[in-house]
Design a protein around this ligand. Sequence first.
Ligand SMILES: [Zn+2]
Length: 128
Amino acid sequence: MSHCCIPGCTYVYKNAVIKRSLFKILRPEFAKSEEERNHRESLVQSILSIRDPTKGDKIKDMLHREMASICEAHFTENDFTVHSKSKTLKLGSIPTLHMPEKSCTVPKISYFKDSHLIILSGYHVKCP
Ligand SMILES: [Zn+2]
């Protein structure tokens, strides 16, 4: 799937003039380490918390098939590592930028960043 699954984000890879990196959301149960699993779970959680309920559970199906991606516009520069031809998401990075209005408050979220477990109650994201 070559488009971003954040509601309101219109980024589609094949039509884009300036290419952004798309980070695929992989299934937590297939992670190789505890930290990786926690990170994947926090990404899944952040996607599910902002999904558009009018569009049903399509996103769950996409997550299940590992076809959901988030584009780099929703991450800060410090959230990914830049390689010569690609970018990879750092462990613990979750999308915080250009999020839809209704995602302003997510009740509770926990994630790993730099090997530390971070638990936020009332996680606020900046709304555009
Ligand atoms: Zn996007």
